[in-house]
Design a protein around this ligand. Structure first.
Ligand code: F0G
Length: 494
């Protein structure tokens, strides 16, 4: 009896297997979506804990904005409904990262968590030396203090604002060598963050290695619309720089998102895993500054990493001076652990497919409604083109800020201006530097908002779109000398 039962089960298994091969597979293979398409932007996580958000009433929104001098940056977080100000430090950590926090070793020097971080960086990026810092700009400060001297230039592909500000603070100058096409918000190119090699070589010839401490490539390029840089371009920059004896630094805040674009868009790269691409990408650099608040999905953290012992020796003393001892760099042991775990989660392919697809979803919905959106969508944000949205407001009246104010008033959604306000004033003439692209960035935090939240954002932008002709520009009523966008205050222009 028992033997018969077993044989029935055995046969059943055979039939099931047989059915999969003969019945299911041919249908599955005949047509329809591939797995890649099926799972393109679905959340590869489920929600274990929620944080309620209050919906601020229209009176509360009006009061908050007035108190903030019309600058949404100064509105209190509790008065925001959906916060698309930044993807920096705003991500949701995983259960494993939270578990990692409990494993913090708070030894002043030589914490176990530092060695876990060091091994994660070596494993994923191949850099042997790691100096933790409290965040990306801490890493920039340490590196730039060690390497930049008065009168130096630092070429790159549209430096991020803190990078540029740190270079200028060390009396250096940032020179933008991005490809010209990046200035056209609508050319649909796969790698709009690329460096123009002719522009770069011209800078190398003019200044020479004595005045160029390093070149910096930001990948993806935040200030250029979250656009990726190709592997081919990074390899070419590295080769050229080696020829001129110049170091190349990766601003790797969003290095993993860049790898995903490379895998999906660059011929010949699809066969590599994201982790392999991350290593190949890092091979094009001598060093790296990292804001771990982005692609390492932590709320605070960063580092400088390098493959050269001499560079590490130069920077480590400034690390100790500005950030703390070389094995903690302004962070708790638990933060280092969450960062080490987050680096692995950031290069997970299913996560990245969701991440890039989620952002793209917002871009596609807005584009379908006729909203002028920078194209193709960036890795971490959707950028709205204010030159088309509010053509009647000139750059010196900050159309992006006016838009953000309206968006907030109508919906409680917070975006951020990436335009003339952010660009600041020319240090020589003192005049506003009108931005090449006048943008508003709707930045998506990692693993935080659902697709339904993004549908609400579309509805909110449409509400502003309907009233766009009546929207008035801004006039500054307070402005600080550095990084003015954080604290500026405004009046409406009559
Ligand atoms: N580099 C890039 C490309 C960045 O986007 C940022 C920060 C930094 C460096 C500085 O890092 O904030 O950790 O000190 N970007 C944030 C943003 C602020 O909203 O885009 P940090």
């Amino acid at each position: 009896m028992r033997r018969i039962e077993r044989s029935v089960i055995f046969n059943k298994n055979i039939y099931q297997w047989w059915d999969i091969e003969t019945v299911y597979k041919p249908i599955h293979n005949s047509a329809g979506m591939t797995d890649d398409e099926m799972f393109a932007d679905v959340e590869p996580f489920r929600i274990k804990m929620v944080e309620p958000i209050k919906i601020p009433s229209s009176e509360e929104r009006e009061r908050s904005l007035k108190e903030a001098g019309l600058n949404v940056f100064l509105v209190k977080g509790e008065n925001i409904f959906i916060d698309l100000l930044t993807d920096s430090g705003t991500g949701a950590m995983s259960d494993r990262q939270w578990a990692g926090l409990m494993m913090g070793d708070e030894t002043y020097a030589g914490s176990r968590n530092f060695y876990n971080l060091e091994s994660a960086v070596a494993d994923i990026l191949g850099f042997e030396y790691v100096l933790p810092c409290h965040q990306g700009r801490g890493a920039e400060n340490v590196l730039h203090t060690a390497l930049i001297k008065d009168g130096d230039v630092v070429p790159g592909n549209t430096h991020f604002d803190t990078t540029k500000a740190h270079i200028e603070h060390k009396k250096g100058k940032a020179i933008d060598c991005t490809i010209d096409e990046a200035a056209d918000p609508y050319i649909d190119l796969p790698f709009k963050g690329n460096v123009d090699l002719n522009k770069l070589e011209a800078v190398y010839k003019e200044y020479g290695k004595e005045h160029i401490p390093f070149t910096v490539i930001t990948a993806t390029c935040n200030s250029g619309g979250g656009q990726p840089v190709s592997m081919e371009n990074m390899r070419a920059v590295y080769k050229l720089s080696q020829k001129y004896g110049i170091l190349v630094c990766l601003d790797g805040a969003r290095f993993a998102e860049n790898c995903y674009f490379i895998k999906k868009r660059e011929p010949g790269m699809e066969k590599y895993s994201i982790k392999e691409i991350a290593k190949l990408q890092a091979d094009c650099f001598d060093l790296m500054t990292m804001s771990a608040k982005k692609d390492a999905i932590v709320n605070i953290g960063g580092f400088v990493a390098t493959r050269h012992a001499e560079i590490y020796d130069k920077i480590k003393n400034f690390g100790i001076l500005f950030e703390g001892f070389v094995t903690y760099g302004g962070l708790a042991g638990r933060d280092l652990e969450a960062m080490a775990i987050g680096l692995y989660e950031g290069v997970d392919q299913d996560y990245l497919a969701y991440r890039i697809g989620h952002v793209r979803y917002l871009g596609e919905q807005l584009k379908e409604q006729g909203i002028p959106v920078l194209w193709p969508p960036g890795g971490h944000a959707i950028y709205l083109d204010m030159k088309k949205f509010l053509p009647h407001i000139p750059p010196e009246q900050f159309p992006g800020m006016a838009f953000c104010a309206y968006l907030y008033l109508e919906s409680g959604v917070r975006g951020v201006e990436i335009g003339t306000l952010l660009n600041g004033r020319d240090p020589e003439t003192g005049l506003n530097r009108p931005a090449k692209l006048e943008l508003v960035r709707l930045t998506i935090p990692r693993r935080v908002y659902t697709h339904r939240h993004l549908d609400f954002v579309v509805k909110a932008v449409m509400k502003v779109w309907e009233k766009k002709d009546q929207i008035k520009g801004f006039e500054l009523s307070y402005e600080s000398p550095v990084l003015r966008h954080f604290t500026a205050q405004f009046k409406w222009v009559e």
